[in-house]
Design a protein around this ligand. Sequence first.
Ligand code: ASP
Length: 332
Amino acid sequence: MGTPRIGVAALGGTIAMTSETGRGVTPTLDAQDLVAAVPRLEEVAEITATTVVTRPSASVTSADLAAVVDWAGERVDGGAVGVVVTQGTDSIEETAYWLDLHWDRPEPLVVTGAMRSPATPGADGPANLLAAALTATSTVARDRGVLVVMNDEVHAAAEVLKGRSSHPDAFVSRPFGPLGFLEEERLHLRAPGRRHRSLPTAKGATPPSVALLQTHVDDTGEVLDMLVGAGHRGVVIAGFGVGHVPQRMVGSVQRALDAGMLVVVATRAGDGPTHEASYGYAGSEVDLLARGVIQAGWLHPRKARVLLAELLRQDADADLVAEEFARRGSAG
Ligand code: ASP
């Protein structure tokens, strides 16, 4: 057997950043540069390197991601056994989930980046890119949807979060942990979870405006009221505990629903699911569900926002959105 083929697409991020002026790093390196910096990568795979965009994390758009899905499909049609996407780490938890919602191939699509820029001692970009390439070429990684590989850990796109703002071990999958690890350049993954139907990318369509709001003590619903009638088609509320809002906010939730907005409640706890039948007071999950609010389940508020926006982009109605959240927000 010859060396497997993979595609590597670069979107920018710290992995591609250098300091041209001495005033902090900015994205400058392209996909070829990144590939060239990894010792022995050519022994792992024959690589086609493509620069899609060169942006910092926070500026990657869903239009960029739609271009990545097209590029990845073309690479796989051309014989690649998998693909790797390099990008800024700050937004990976959202972008990888977006890609996961739209990637319908069995070939692994692996997202990676770096916490330390290339000129920093101990730069982690080359090791992460090598680990991502090993994952992309592994048959064990097939049919797992989109994976995030950082620090020799493999995470499911639907679960991974950036758990701290710095350090190479920034990525976590709470509460179940990573899907697996690389050891001695071999991939070890736990048993596969379910894969969900992928959503069409709806190219060219402007992403619907879906807000993400975190509630807090003394929240009167004023901010939510400001969203109503401001062109938002939906809102995700990062709620208390298992999916609650303060009693004083319930009127605003109702006004948003009456105005035709879809309202999803997730938990701001950072870990764990929303509930359906535990608490019965005004603002509880039982109260909100009875009003037509949708529960995010195990999905982190930021993933829930990505999912709601993508479903609304497909013109999904409230019933379909509720169904999709019930399915994709479940743990098993
Ligand atoms: N911390 C970010 C990164 O990992 C920087 C950025 O992309 O804006 O790449």
